[in-house]
Design a protein around this ligand. Structure first.
Ligand code: G
Ligand code: G
Ligand code: MN
Ligand code: NA
Length: 253
């Protein structure tokens, strides 16, 4: 309960910040999407990473308020980037608890309207497990949002259990291959076989692949041969604050 109170106070005090991590199209070298990642700039501690507080925020429901804050910041930032002529989208991570709110999509649309955010400037990241469990009502709203131009990505693909025949019916544009599927590909033939099969499956369904957690050039080289073009991970860039992100990935803005 103490951490719950701390999180609410931190929200009131404006101690959360967003960082952005690029997804790079290796062919052109251009960043195509910036994934927004929340951090807690705790006054007495080093930057607190979401791994330590997002699961807790989900349990207690604070994630709804925190998610609203993220949504508002992302919609404003995406509107500013679009206004400045940037074509990069900003991706938002959505957790189960947020999506369970009956008015989730309405709140997102309100945030977009408040800031004049073009739908094309946004992407939603929904984990594989969450995507597989979505009810018809939510799926309809997701379909509608995608029709308006918001891109939908399946996050952490390969960590859950997918009903593969369901994947083809979901309103999805892109699939992010989890880093656990790529971490050993330079060491193990079995890991390569699995990764390559997953890539083939995604591409066979006409979806774009994004590889997460890329930490070496050897991985990039191998994944390019397997047909991947878009990469995210420390090898390309760690998450950065907005100023540093724009200086590096939108220099001519
Ligand atoms: O940055 P880090 O690797 O610690 O992120 C850990 C987890 O927190 C990831 O699964 C990521 O998707 C999640 N996360 C980061 N930012 C947000 C956010 O704004 N909202 C939600 N719901 N999850 C986030
Ligand atoms: O679950 P999700 O994919 O949203 O989590 C993204 C998190 O993964 C980010 O918060 C980021 O801190 C972390 N991350 C990004 N790139 C890498 C990487 O190359 N290696 C590792 N180990 N973690 C990464
Ligand atoms: Mn993500
Ligand atoms: Na992920």
């Amino acid at each position: 309960a103490e951490l719950e109170r701390d999180l609410r106070i931190a929200l009131e005090r404006g101690e959360f910040v967003l960082q952005f991590q690029p997804q790079i199209d290796i062919g052109s070298g251009a960043a195509v999407v910036a994934e927004a990642l929340v951090r807690w700039a705790h006054p007495d501690r080093d930057m607190v990473l979401p791994g330590t507080f997002v699961p807790f925020a989900e349990e207690t429901g604070v994630i709804v308020e925190l998610g609203d804050w993220v949504m508002d910041r992302v919609c404003q930032t995406a509107a500013e980037w679009a206004q400045a002529g940037l074509t990069q989208r900003i991706a938002i991570n959505i957790s189960t608890r947020e999506l369970a709110q009956v008015d989730f999509f309405m709140r997102l649309r309100h945030a977009m309207a408040r800031h004049g955010t073009p739908a094309e400037a946004l992407e939603l990241e929904i984990t594989e497990t969450l995507a597989m469990e979505m009810e018809a009502r939510l799926l309809d709203q997701l379909h509608a949002l995608r029709k308006d131009g918001v891109r939908i990505a399946i996050d952490d693909f390969g960590t859950g259990y997918s009903n593969l025949s369901r994947l083809k019916d979901l309103p999805v544009d892109r699939v992010k291959i989890d880093r656990s599927l790529v971490e050993d590909i330079t060491l193990s033939a079995e890991a390569r076989t699995i990764c390559s099969a997953v890539i083939g499956l995604i591409q066979g369904l006409g979806l774009e692949t994004v590889v997460e957690g890329v930490e070496s050039q050897d991985q990039v080289d191998m994944l390019r041969i397997m047909g991947c073009a878009v990469f995210q991970g420390y090898h390309l860039s760690t998450p950065l604050n907005e100023e540093d992100y724009l200086a590096r990935f939108a220099p001519s803005r």
